[in-house]
Design a protein around this ligand. Structure first.
Ligand code: GDP
Ligand code: MG
Length: 436
């Protein structure tokens, strides 16, 4: 998955000029990545169409770093589709009542414990866990073990087979004992069936929860969407809990569920332990779905390194023909901080495209740095002053030859010219020329 996207984004990074064909190619790969991550076909298609429109609308083709802008567009759109911001829970009631729903094995009991623990430790609440899975004696026991582990009281009525009565009694018990949150764990079945739906709907009606949560195993992929729809039709739930996101699930279900039922995902489960719970952040899930965490963080690192102010200064200098060797050196150092040369060359604002032609391998900057280090400040800012004797001295000081110094000066001169062309609105003109 990652490979495919890398390939697609590589096309964008590598090409100085980006064409409509590149955009289409890239989006095809993005679509494939989404399908691989279990995103529903129709949703994946709609998604890439939207991104394409936005890309063309924003004139991605004429920006300095089209590849990065595309990555950003894709990521932002995905984030938006998954709700944009993290969504909290409604805990206004006294007590607030939270009802868990979902299939057997989806992780309801485990998540009930995690949520109780989260509310207790992070929100200073006094939760009560309620065992309403009346079909398996082991289920009550499982919740009691969890409760003990996190120090939260568990309400159970052994022998009572009426979940409506149990949950109502539990709420009275909570009121009488100062619990301000009641978490009702319910029974699930292996597949959606009428008996289960009727039971949970009855409990739902009887206790009118502040939050009805639908718990779903993220590894179930496409099936998760159908299950979510069935539960939502019956319960009109408030939020989704995506469990088992540890391991290598790619979480495409998150996008599909969100799109189909239009309910926010509120938490994710990332392990069997009680602290393996996280608030759901759409942008993190976007990274995960795209499997391009690497690429995105690369872009972020690049943005960190070259903050906009710097970039603007640099562009001014280039425009005024004041781009000198010390600026060049700064760029090299920043690039080096970020990691591997080859991947990163394309990211240097302005210089990236020009540098691409100065065939670079990972050690290529060593000689260049030595040469620049041997220059005086004047030589760095005004390379024109470097005459024959100065070249000899620089070569000697850097342990290189006059030839190498000459080569660097020549390359630098070419690069400066190219950069100037790219900046001064000539960029587009030049691309058009190259296109012909
Ligand atoms: P329930 O039938 O819906 O109550 O599901 P359980 O809470 O009993 O969980 C079913 C199984 O999934 C158990 O073995 C849990 O330990 C496991 N499980 C639950 N949540 C997670 C999770 O986030 N990650 C992993 N790896 N396992 C989980
Ligand atoms: Mg259970």
């Amino acid at each position: 998955l990652s490979d495919k996207l890398d390939k697609a984004l590589h096309v964008l990074k590598g090409h100085g000029s980006i064409t409509e064909v590149n955009v289409a190619e890239t989006l095809k790969e993005v679509r494939r990545a989404l399908l691989d991550a279990d995103v529903n076909f129709k949703i994946a298609k709609e998604f890439t169409n939207t991104v394409k429109e936005k890309a063309l609308g924003q004139n991605v083709l004429t920006t300095l770093q089209p590849g990065q802008l595309m990555v950003k567009l894709v990521k932002d759109e995905l984030t938006q589709l998954m709700g944009g911001e993290a969504v909290g829970m409604n805990l206004q009631g006294s007590p607030s009542v939270i009802l868990m729903s979902g299939l057997q094995g989806s992780g309801k009991t485990t998540f009930s414990g995690k949520l109780a623990n989260f509310l207790k430790t992070k929100k200073s609440k006094k939760p009560l866990l309620v065992a309403c899975d009346i079909y398996r004696p082991a289920a009550i026991n499982q919740l009691q073990v969890v409760g003990e582990q996190i120090g939260v009281e568990v309400y159970a009525e052994v022998g009572n087979t009426d979940p409506v009565a149990i949950s109502k009694n539990a709420i009275s018990h909570a009121k009488a004992n100062g619990h301000n949150v009641v978490i009702v764990d319910t029974a699930g079945r292996l597949a959606v069936d009428e008996a289960m739906m009727t039971e949970i709907a009855n409990v739902h009606k009887a206790i009118t929860p502040d939050e009805t949560l639908f718990v779903v195993d993220s590894m179930t992929g496409q099936d998760a969407v159908n299950t979510a729809k069935a539960f939502n039709d019956r319960l009109n739930f408030d939020g989704v809990i995506l469990t088992k996101l540890d391991g290598d699930t790619r979480g495409g279900a998150a996008l599909s569920i969100r799109t189909v039922v239009e309910k926010p995902i509120k938490f994710i489960g990332t392990g069997e332990k009680m602290d393996a719970i996280d608030v759901f952040y759409p942008s993190r899930m976007a990274d995960r779905i795209l499997g391009m965490g690497d690429v995105v963080s690369l872009v972020e690192r690049a943005q960190d390194q070259f903050d906009e102010e710097e970039a603007r200064k640099l562009q001014k200098k280039i425009a005024k023909n004041q781009f000198g060797f010390d600026d060049f050196m700064k760029q090299i150092q920043q690039v080096k901080k970020m990691g591997s040369m080859k991947d990163l060359v394309g990211m240097i604002p302005g210089a990236g495209k020009a540098l691409k032609d100065v065939d670079i391998d990972d050690d290529a900057f060593k000689g260049i740095e030595a040469i620049i280090n041997s220059m005086t400040l004047e030589e760095r800012t005004q390379p024109a002053v470097i005459n024959g004797s100065r070249k000899k001295r620089i070569a000697k000081g850097s342990g290189t030859s006059v030839q190498e110094v000459n080569q660097l000066l020549k390359q630098f001169d070419q690069m400066s010219k190219m950069m100037k062309m790219m900046q001064g609105g000539g960029g587009r003109k030049m691309m058009q020329m190259m296109g012909k």
